[in-house]
Design a protein around this ligand. Structure first.
Ligand SMILES: NC(=O)c1ccc[n+]([C@@H]2O[C@H](COP(=O)([O-])OP(=O)(O)OC[C@H]3O[C@@H](n4cnc5c(N)ncnc54)[C@H](OP(=O)(O)O)[C@@H]3O)[C@@H](O)[C@H]2O)c1
Length: 236
């Protein structure tokens, strides 16, 4: 059997980095992409096996088109930038709102447009939405919008790109570096308060979400689906 090649856009941090580690441990070849070369280098240094690093911004079409000229078995997108993504409506600028949509919705659409032709038979695209689509909060209007739109996009692409499979993982609250931006010094308290509310009694780990991605990559009968890895957050 030939070695699978998986591209993880957002693989330099959080759940994307955890997925890269899982993919390497299962014998896959991995390429990780993100905007910061320093973050990519630090991620590569943390991984147990060599990975290819590509500097790219998912919201820039020419950079998505140039991501790889190699064949791919699977592409996973976890990219999102929390900076400016949460604000009360009166102070939410159109520029900030557009940036959220550009990264979380149009970025995956660009990935589908430019990378679907590089996918091998049996290949898949997997995107990352999130609990804000189901449990919206004040100041999270654009993230909620982006997550919902992304899930609709995936269902549409699952038909248009078939037999390529297109799925979404919707995480709940997961302890990743994104919370350093979202909550700063209040990170631990906010995550602990959420843990106490969840049926699982804890928030997610990056590896919980990596396992959810892997299950979608490995199951050839799943397409057009949203897999909720949220500790039961939608129930409370
Ligand atoms: N953590 C949570 O509690 C949570 C909950 C629900 C949903 N989610 C969703 O889960 C996904 C992963 O989040 P995470 O917590 O793992 O975040 P993270 O640790 O901040 O990692 C985000 C990754 O995306 C990359 N990235 C950001 N903007 C990019 C862009 N424009 N182009 C290319 N790469 C970009 C970052 O690298 P650079 O900054 O160097 O580009 C980084 O590698 C996101 O879509 C997030 O919205 C997270």
């Amino acid at each position: 059997m030939t070695q699978q090649h998986v591209l993880v856009i957002g693989g330099s941090s959080g759940m994307g980095l955890a997925l890269a580690a899982r993919l390497l441990s299962t014998g896959r070849r991995v390429t990780i992409a993100g905007r910061s070369p320093d973050r990519l280098a630090a991620a590569a240094a943390r991984l147990a096996s060599p990975v290819t690093c590509v500097q790219a911004d998912i919201s820039v079409e020419s950079q998505v088109a140039a991501l790889t000229d190699d064949t791919l078995d699977h592409v996973v997108v976890t990219a999102a930038d929390a900076v400016g993504a949460y604000a009360p409506l009166p102070s939410f600028t159109l520029t900030a709102a557009t940036a959220v949509l550009a990264t979380k919705v149009l970025g995956p659409w660009l990935v589908a447009k430019h990378l679907a032709p590089a996918l091998c038979p049996g290949g898949s695209l997997t995107f990352t939405s999130g609990i804000a689509a189901y449990r919206p909060g004040s100041g999270a209007s654009m993230i909620a919008t982006a997550n919902g739109a992304l899930e609709s996009l995936a269902r549409s692409l699952a038909l248009e790109l078939a037999p390529i499979r297109v799925n979404v993982v919707s995480p709940g609250w997961v302890d990743t570096p994104i919370w350093d931006t979202l909550a700063g010094p209040a990170k631990h308290d906010r995550l602990s308060a959420m843990a106490a509310k969840l049926p699982t009694g804890r928030v997610g780990t990056p590896d919980d979400i990596a396992q959810a991605f892997l299950s979608l990559l490995d199951n050839p009968f799943i397409t057009g689906t949203v897999l909720h890895a949220d500790g039961g957050h939608r129930l409370v």
